[in-house]
Write a protein that binds this ligand. Structure first.
Ligand code: ADP
Length: 496
């Protein structure tokens, strides 16, 4: 094999990027475009699918031009994408019938309520691993069919197609030839049976969605078609939703590995092996990246809504810091906190509490508390929330966590990483490569294209720093007990 590079298309919520990796997994070029956000009504969020495709194409061409890398030297392309975001397009023209409805959009809350009232909650959990929520694609797809003129009739006549962003890009880049998705993306639709690995007829009927609209579901590391560029056909050989791609990039194809991405929100995933486990502790079960020899691979997932967003709040609303990274030296400059907690329930509480009505709160303010203490307590809230989710994962999986792999913007913060390790009492392992999501997609593609073996990809991930626990048991216990008390006082639903 004389090809020298693998490309990742990284299509995120706020930007679209193309990244080129060499055979050592080192980045050789990045091109990025910001993605326009549309908010037509309160709670609605949309993207223009054509902009997504054109931006992806433009960044792809640009990165090749800028690096001078010849398309013939590209072994494969991997796609990783914002999950759940829903596109419906015309099979003949390839034109979207409506904007993409973004994962954050909650216009389908009422459809979800009806499904719950119809008693489908347990069915959804047992077959899709999810909870009924507007976050997932199924009700967004139903909304488009119900509200766009002629959409229902066209769909019934087999003239419309549905896809998450991966499917949309594959369709456009293969000139309408291939209508595919992968296991990770399918598992976020609330229409896919993750036990039998097939579209779920009961849910399709409940949501009135014709099966002919749905993409064929493939292994994450497999053949998805070709991107024709100049005189070269480059194969798309890897596809994964962003959080599962990050887990894969972190070495998480192995059971027991957990990663936390500290971005705007925090996303924790634990590879829980080939046996389906349904969460009893407020987590969801989802499919991790599938490989030809490892088709069924489950992950437990917990989403924390407000992670780095609370640091933005300190900067933009409270005006307490100039830059996010200032929090590190501020935290190091003052003594450990005593009984001060910021609970950033700014848009309710996510996993494992799921309390949509909770509001943010600060507990334990005394006369000696100043702005630095509030900053420290806010940063520490990322670690406490992570501990809550890890605790739920340990209870669900029945196994203790032995290390946490980290990535995302706020994982650059050494104080936070040390505090996280102290609180969890496990090592926290931060890789050198910060673009771990894109790397995960590239790895899936490179594996299939035959440029990397499983051993190769295991050695690509290099450790930047491992933080080891230094806090004594008593302090750890006291601190976490205080946090749980703060959570209890914040919740509006007090079942305990
Ligand atoms: P996303 O992919 O969700 O946009 P990123 O992974 O780029 O997020 O991370 C950005 C988030 O991380 C922001 O919310 C920012 O406030 C936070 N952040 C970035 N650097 C630091 C830092 N050194 N310390 C604490 N928080 C940080």
């Amino acid at each position: 094999m004389n090809k020298k590079y693998v490309i990742a298309f990284d299509q995120g919520t706020t930007s679209t990027r193309t990244i080129i990796f060499d055979m050592q997994g080192v980045i050789q070029g990045i091109s990025q475009k910001e993605l326009t956000q549309y908010y037509p009504e309160s709670g609605w969020v949309e993207h223009d699918p054509n902009q997504i495709y054109l931006d992806q194409k433009e960044t792809f061409k640009k990165v090749l031009n800028e690096t001078g890398i010849h398309p013939k030297d590209i072994a494969a392309i991997g796609i990783t994408n914002q999950r759940e975001t829903t596109v419906v397009w015309d099979k003949d023209t390839g034109e979207p019938v409506y904007n993409a409805i973004v994962w954050l959009d909650n216009r389908t809350k009422d459809i979800c309520k009806t499904l719950k009232n119809d008693g489908l909650g347990t069915y959804v959990r047992e077959h899709t691993g999810l909870v009924i929520d507007a976050y997932f694609s199924g009700t967004k797809l139903k909304w488009i069919l119900d509200h766009v003129k002629d959409a229902r009739d066209k769909a019934d006549a087999g003239k419309l197609l549905f896809g998450t962003i991966d499917s949309w890009l594959i369709y456009k880049f293969t000139n309408g030839k291939n209508h595919y998705t992968d296991h990770t993306n399918a598992s976020r639709t609330m229409l896919y049976n993750i036990k039998d690995l097939k579209w779920d007829d009961t849910l399709l009927t409940a949501l009135d969605i014709p099966k002919s609209m749905l993409p064929e579901v493939k292994t994450s590391s497999s053949d998805f078609g070709y991107v024709a560029y100049q005189d070269t056909n480059i194969p798309i050989c890897g596809v994964s939703g962003d959080q599962q791609a990050a887990l894969f990039g972190q070495g998480g194809s192995i059971e027991g590995i957990a990663k936390n991405t500290y971005g705007t929100g925090c996303f924790l995933l634990l590879n829980n092996g080939k046996d389906y486990v349904s969460s009893k502790n407020g987590l969801i079960t989802t499919l991790a990246c599938s490989l030809p020899d490892q088709t069924k691979n489950y992950a437990l997932e917990g989403s924390i809504f407000i992670g780095g967003a609370s640091i933005q709040w300190l900067r933009d609303k409270m005006l307490l810091i100039e830059e996010a990274k200032d929090t590190e030296y501020i935290c190091n400059s003052i003594p450990p906190l005593k009984d001060l907690y910021v609970v950033p329930a700014f848009s309710g509480l996510g996993a494992p509490y799921w309390d949509a009505n909770a509001k943010g709160a600060i507990y334990g303010i005394t006369l000696d508390i100043g702005k630095n203490e509030i900053i420290k307590a806010t940063l520490e809230s990322l670690a406490y929330q992570t501990k809550d989710v890890i605790k739920a994962m340990e209870e669900d999986s029945g196994k203790p966590l032995n290390a946490l792999k980290v990535d995302g913007g706020a994982s650059a913060n050494n104080y936070l990483m040390q505090f996280q390790s102290d609180l969890l009492n496990v090592p926290v392992d931060r890789p050198k490569m910060i673009e771990i999501t894109a790397l995960g997609a590239a790895m899936l593609a490179g594996l299939k294209a035959g440029v990397w073996t499983k051993q190769d990809i295991a050695s690509i991930r290099e450790v930047d720093q491992i933080f080891t626990p230094k806090m004594d048991v008593k302090t750890r216990t006291e601190k976490y007990t205080g946090w749980l008390d703060a959570i209890k006082r914040t919740k509006t639903i007090n079942e305990t």
